[in-house]
Design a binder for this molecule. Structure first.
Ligand SMILES: [Zn+2]
Length: 94
């Protein structure tokens, strides 16, 4: 588990849901190397992708739980966010 100082339990919980059916929040990276958060919705767990499944993803800039500006969270936890990205990158939508 990471040592990120999350703004609230909502965000922490959503990040723990990564790869599972339902909504989760992941770290993605822009071409310029800066990180940002995305919300992802999956119709199936990542390990249960036989047959038809749906995934969608949208960038988010403020925490849905508490409204914190997420770029500040990223600036305060640069190393941990980079580590999360390494964990998440194979689950991100191209
Ligand atoms: Zn929050």
């Amino acid at each position: 588990m990471s040592n990120i100082k999350y703004c609230c339990h909502f965000l922490e919980w959503r990040i723990e849901e990564v790869g599972k059916k339902g909504f989760s929040i992941l770290v993605d990276k822009m071409p310029n190397g800066s990180y940002y958060f995305v919300q992802q919705g999956r119709s199936h767990d990542k390990d249960n992708l036989s047959g038809h499944h749906v995934t969608f993803q949208i960038a988010i800039h403020y925490c849905f739980g508490c409204g914190k500006k997420l770029s500040e969270l990223i600036d305060d936890n640069k190393q941990e966010i980079a580590q999360l990205y390494e964990l998440h990158k194979d689950l991100l939508m191209g």
